[in-house]
Ligand binder design. Sequence first.
Ligand SMILES: [Zn+2]
Length: 338
Amino acid sequence: MARLLARAEPARERVLVPLRRNCPGCGGHMRLRYENRRTLVTLSGSVRLRLKIRRCEHKGCARHHLAYRPEAEGAMALSQHEFGLDVVALVGVLRHRDHRSVPEIHAALRARGVEIAERSVTNLLDRYDELLATSLSDTRRLRRVLAKQGRAILALDGMQPDVGHEVLWVVRECLSGEVLLARSLLSGTAEDLASLLAEVAKAIGVPVEGVVSDGQTSIRRAVERALPGVPHQLCQFHFLREAANPVYEADRHAKKELKKGVRGVRRIERTVEGRQDGKAELVLGYCAAVRSAITDDGRTPLAAPGLKLKGRLEAVADSLDRVMEKGAHPRRSRGSAT
Ligand SMILES: [Zn+2]
């Protein structure tokens, strides 16, 4: 499918590592064997995911050489999708609760900075409807997959695209990566969630070996109630997700402050305007370097923009120091001029 909009390089990168280390098949240690990458468009911008994949190396194990992907991956996006689940959830809310048209949803997403083509909105709407229609009892393929595995590791995640909106609850199975059940609920009490989990556990026909979630209280209680005795693992990713935002904000703030310090470039340029001599050229050269450091935005896929700006400005300052040194001690190549 042709892409209608050019995608900017993602400004953020997330490394996801599988929580589970022991092979669900034989119990042996699964090593990190390789890395997958995918880029996601989310409501908070695009993000590059680096997914660490574990694999069982024990010959004879039923899961020999089967990939075990980070549990948190499915909390962010459906497989093979370019858009995050948060975008899918918002599209669903705008359509089904607010009765907005596709062009209106498109405009709303663009207004939130989501780069998306109108045609993709239609696709996401279809995905949302499919997601909510997922029903275990009449999905033979799913049941076959699970029967072959002989066990299930469930993940429960709530996707709330906006405060006050419904939450899209998704129950996934971590070994197969399949979505087992999705519901849009106005409330997410322990009772609501327990009944979701109970419904899934009853329908899958294999024992639930564990649950992965962000560990919020209602989910914890729901797991205790619906699946007593089943181990419940908390996903560090969710804590990281919470922690990453302040870091991003701090970097943005740092960049703003750095820019303040180099504001007078135009004024300096003006003082040598019209001059052709070497000194003037030098001054203009430095001004150009500072300018380009300040305006160099968004082309830094993996580096924090603030840190990058700091590095570039420091390089300019170092170079100026060296020039000053030479100026102060023309005959010495090194000295301690200040
Ligand atoms: Zn194994």
